[in-house]
Write a protein that binds this ligand. Structure first.
Ligand code: MG
Length: 381
């Protein structure tokens, strides 16, 4: 079998390091790696994997990286240009987009235009510009292979759909660290409590999103674009054990689910080996050991993020880009102890209510809506 040649954007983050971790199991050759500013880890990865090119988004970090790798023939790039170089390298077949946030949008669009298949872990890209990304993917005939565990589950189940359309998607949500808490109890939760996720080991931004349930809101929008379903046909159900990763329903009411231990290496591996399946180093699922799987309806009063995301999703246009930008800024403020937990959805909702709307979406309008939303969140009192 020909080795797939891959570029990993964000190789030093949570998804990036787990991607590197399973490379022994999959027939892939790494041609590019990028980081924001983790020079030490990127250097170690580069020495082990011998990519053709590496890049650091942070200019200072790129300088250090250039010095660190001076004894190799690896090309070192910097900034947004560096990220785009890595995403469009002529030798790459597939680009893993594992960067966090809006910064992933431009390199993803450039990679698609260059004909690369995308293993998508950067959900903000689809949330902000799903319409543009899916249209470009169709135009250039590239595959978007979801890495997000829920969307990978839907993708895996959907292999059995044949010519049938999906009647419904059921997205499972762990409920995060604050499941079962009422709104009043959430007013005093701390950053440390919010950063402690019961099932998944993830980066800080997505862990906070998981606590507010904006993560599930973003995933609803992601699913809407990936599977061309309106938001009202996407149901969210709390599943505390994170074993059932998501489900699809057909016209006759039959429901298919994908199950597995909560470990991101499984969906990452499937995105890299699709349509083939190869042994994975993740522990096997033992249902008898787990014993019981539980499901609950989400509490949209304590977690308004779900309602806000549904609203933005139904509007389309630039509403989702506004919501996403506002959320990224609000999470940043919360992580720096500048606002309280409940102020995250409050600020997002206020900014969303006031932001100018565009029905016709262009890349410029996405970027402008995002920037404006962030600015607004930071300036609110
Ligand atoms: Mg997920």
């Amino acid at each position: 079998m020909m080795k797939k040649r891959i570029a990993i954007l964000g190789s030093t983050g949570s998804i990036g390091t787990q991607t590197v971790d399973i490379l022994d199991s999959v027939a892939c050759e790494v041609v590019a790696l990028t980081t924001n500013r983790n020079v030490k880890l990127l250097e170690a990865q580069a020495r082990r994997l011998h990519p053709q090119l590496v890049a650091a988004f942070d200019e200072e970090a790129a300088k250090s990286l250039r010095i660190a790798l001076a004894d190799t023939n690896i090309e070192v790039c910097a900034g947004r240009e560096g990220l785009i170089r890595a995403a469009t390298l002529s030798t790459a077949d597939l680009v893993v987009t594992a960067v966090v946030g809006m910064v992933g949008l431009l390199p993803t669009l450039e990679a698609i235009a260059a004909g690369k298949d995308i293993a998508l872990a950067n959900k903000e890209t689809l949330v902000c510009a799903g319409e543009l990304v899916m249209r470009a993917a169709k135009e250039h005939g590239v595959k978007i292979l979801p890495i997000d565990s829920e969307h990978s589950a839907i993708f895996q189940c959907a292999q059995a759909r044949g010519e049938n359309r999906l009647a419904k998607i059921i997205l499972t949500a762990s409920g995060g660290p604050f499941f079962g808490k009422e709104r009043a109890e959430l007013s005093s939760v701390t950053r440390e409590q919010a950063l402690h996720h019961p099932n998944w080991n993830m980066g800080a931004k997505i862990t906070i999103d998981s606590a507010t349930m904006f993560n599930k809101g973003l995933e609803l929008i992601e699913a809407m674009w990936l599977y061309e379903l309106p938001p009202e046909e996407i149901e969210i159900v709390i599943h505390r054990e994170s074993i059932v990763h998501s489900l699809i329903e057909f016209a006759d009411g039959a429901v298919l689910a994908q199950l597995g231990v909560p470990d991101m290496r499984l969906p990452i591996q499937y995105a890299l080996t699709y349509p083939a399946r190869v042994p994975c180093k993740v522990p096997r699922l033992s249902l008898a050991e787990i014993g019981r799987l539980t499901f609950f309806a989400p509490d949209e009063e304590a977690f308004p993020a779900l309602r806000i995301a549904r609203l933005a999703a139904g509007e389309r246009g630039n509403a989702c880009a506004v919501m996403n930008g506002a959320n990224e800024a609000a999470v940043d403020l919360f992580l720096h102890d500048r606002i309280r937990f409940l102020e995250i959805p409050e600020r997002v909702e206020r900014v969303l209510a006031e932001a100018p709307r565009y029905r016709e979406l262009t890349l410029e309008r996405v970027l402008e809506s995002d920037a404006l939303a962030r600015e607004k969140v930071y300036s609110l009192r």
